[in-house]
Design a protein around this ligand. Structure first.
Ligand code: CAA
Length: 258
């Protein structure tokens, strides 16, 4: 049975984790299907934005599947961690912009998937937490690495050590959620944001994403040096000529590069 649905609406792909009875808990199959969909989307020139969400009204994803994990050994745990990281790496580095539409609980591995997305939009009922140390493990799907980069190391340590859940408004105050919207408006809000992003020069957006990601991994002079090279490269693209000519001719640009 398929546990992750893929729906393509013109330039937007919607990936929906669909295991409602288990609060969209993430077992190996769910991770494998997320990875397969993201790999297919990455190769699809027509798709510019990915929205990742959970089915139903209660959960984005309540974490890795505890029913699966309870009997697993170290090597199986290591494989699960690899799956979490592969999905996160794709969300973070794929050329398309990734938006997490957080429609309820985003716990453990579910929270970690949102951390790997470029943008997080929370419904009013969203709740975020990394409860792993209460289960005798750690947030091993990128949680100990990405949370502190988004909200700062002090707040990240407190959330991880206490396992406290935070609601959407608190997530917004911390900079974890970019926006908080009523649940009924969540998907339309994300679609509208996706369409706005897709209307820009998609190759330039993907280069901006790569350059911002690079800034997290290198010192400022190295990041700035790479940024200068990337800007120079973009002067060689069709879209740079088209975007600037369209501005001067007061018309809508027709971007083609991706
Ligand atoms: N794994 C497996 N099943 C889960 C699950 C999970 N992570 N989360 C919820 N479920 C199941 C419940 O067992 C329950 O199943 P049954 O109906 O068969 O009993 C069903 O989903 C509904 O859940 P609840 O009855 O608990 O619903 P609730 O509204 O009372 O509570 C909740 C909701 C707060 C999300 C609670 O279910 C919960 O705390 N879930 C576990 C959260 C968690 O600890 N996640 C971290 C997992 S560790 C991890 O993610 C590590 C990693 O990345 C590698």
């Amino acid at each position: 049975m398929e546990l992750v649905k893929l729906q393509i609406e013109e330039e937007i792909a919607i990936v929906t984790i669909d295991r409602v009875k288990s609060m969209n808990a993430l077992n190996n199959q769910v991770y494998e299907e997320i990875i397969a969909h993201l790999e297919a989307i990455r190769a699809n020139d027509a798709v510019k934005v990915v929205i990742l969400t959970g089915a139903g009204e209660k959960a984005f994803a309540a974490g890795a599947d505890i029913v699966q994990m309870v009997g697993q050994n170290a090597m199986e745990g290591r494989h699960l961690a690899w799956l979490c990281h592969r999905a996160a790496e794709l969300l973070e580095t794929m050329r398309q912009v990734t938006i997490a539409a957080v429609n309820g609980y985003a716990l453990g591995g579910g929270c970690e998937l949102t951390l790997a997305c470029d943008i997080r939009v929370a419904a009013e009922n969203a709740r975020f937490a990394l409860p792993e140390v209460g289960l005798g493990i750690i947030p091993g799907g990128g949680g100990t690495q990405r949370l502190s980069r988004i909200i700062g190391i002090g707040r990240a340590k407190e959330l991880i050590f206490t396992c406290d859940q935070i609601d959407a408004q608190e997530a917004y105050r911390m900079g974890l959620a970019n926006h908080v919207v009523p649940q009924a408006e969540l998907m339309d809000y994300c679609r509208a944001m996706g369409k706005k992003i897709a209307s820009k020069a998609s190759y330039a957006v993907s280069v901006a994403k790569a350059s911002i990601n690079n800034s997290e991994n290198v010192d400022l002079p190295s990041g700035c040096a790479r940024e200068q090279d990337l800007l120079g490269l973009l002067f060689a693209t069709h879209d740079k000529g088209e975007g600037m000519k369209a501005f001067l001719e007061r018309r809508k640009p027709e971007f083609t590069d991706f």
